[in-house]
Design a protein around this ligand. Structure first.
Ligand code: C2E
Ligand code: MG
Ligand code: MG
Ligand code: MG
Length: 282
């Protein structure tokens, strides 16, 4: 009996594995196809100055509209795109599209803003990455102060001296560098001092329960203190409520992003927010 149920369990397990493999393979081949077929687009989420209330820029976030599955979250495909190397051409497409868009906004005479682009570890490690970014700025005509690059702690910790060299080159081009999801990766603080980064983004996991959780309040206050002592700008992610916003403001946080202001939106909607600000003449 035991043997039989064991075999059934194996069969079920095996069937589940096969289904999972098939799904993964299907997603993988769909992903390769998606870039050729133009199924990706970008959303923009406003970044708001906590002192003036003005929109200072936006984070570009990739979206995949799959012909059958509909919208697929980047959490479901960025990792896979890294594994199969597709992140390199996809990342280049994202970088070019965001720069092209911001160059057009600047030409339209809107308030000049900075667009932050997420760069994956595998993309950053690709030889010629810095040169490819410089070429994109040149092609699109976007001044370097219109671009910010977000890297996670994991990416920054991985390569050592070569990493610092690359970051320095980007910084020398005039591009701002941000550490994304701060506090969730490796906990070494040494690189905050050693690396030429300008912006620190507090991960949304510390912001979620900020209004009620004393530990999160202490952590956020400490991060803001460290960052400011190192002359870094602090951005809070995932701000959804006025209570969270009030706490961050009281602690001197510089910028926030989150549904309290806006979800990530289509380019035209972000442009409308910028235009609206111009008329309000803060
Ligand atoms: P991230 O870079 O930390 O981006 C912030 C995520 O938080 C976004 O999810 C955004 O939609 C979400 N978010 C913003 N405000 C709020 C809020 O108030 N509440 C909540 N609950 N969530 C909020 P999204 O767009 O699903 O992206 C998830 C992750 O996927 C990103 O985290 C980033 O790691 C990755 N990703 C997204 N776009 C790109 C891209 O263009 N390139 C690369 N390499 N990775 C990307
Ligand atoms: Mg990000
Ligand atoms: Mg983040
Ligand atoms: Mg995140």
């Amino acid at each position: 009996r035991a043997k039989q149920s064991g075999r059934n369990a194996y069969r079920i397990y095996n069937a589940a594995m096969t289904t999972e493999n098939h799904q993964r393979q299907a997603l993988e081949s769909d992903l390769r196809q998606a870039l050729k077929e133009g199924q990706f687009f970008l959303h923009y989420q406003p970044k708001v100055n906590l002192v003036t209330g003005a929109i200072e820029g936006a984070e570009a976030l990739v979206r995949w509209l799959h012909p059958v599955r509909g919208l697929v979250s980047p959490l479901q495909f960025i990792g896979l795109a890294e594994e199969i190397g597709l992140i390199v051409p996809l990342g280049a497409w994202i970088m070019r599209t965001a720069c092209l868009q911001n160059a057009a906004w600047r030409r339209a005479g809107l308030k000049p803003v900075r667009i932050a682009v997420n760069v994956a570890a595998r993309q950053f490690a690709e030889p010629g990455f810095v040169e490819s970014v410089a070429a994109i700025l040149h092609e699109t005509g976007l001044p370097a102060d219109g671009l910010e690059i977000e890297l996670t702690e994991g990416t920054m910790m991985s390569e050592g001296e070569q990493m610092i060299d690359q970051l320095t080159k980007l910084r020398n081009l005039g591009i701002l560098l941000a550490i994304d999801d701060f506090g969730t990766g490796y906990s070494s603080l040494a690189y905050l001092k050693r690396y030429p980064v300008s912006v620190l983004k507090i991960d949304q996991s510390f912001v979620r329960d900020l209004a009620a959780n004393r530990d999160d309040q202490l952590i956020v206050t400490a991060i803001i203190g460290i960052a400011h002592n190192l002359q870094l700008q602090v951005v809070a992610e995932g701000v959804e409520t006025l209570a969270q916003l009030d706490y961050l403001k009281a602690q001197g946080c510089d910028v926030y992003q989150g549904y309290y202001c806006s979800k990530p939106v289509m380019p035209a909607a972000f442009m409308a927010m910028l235009e609206d600000q111009k008329h309000r003449s803060v």
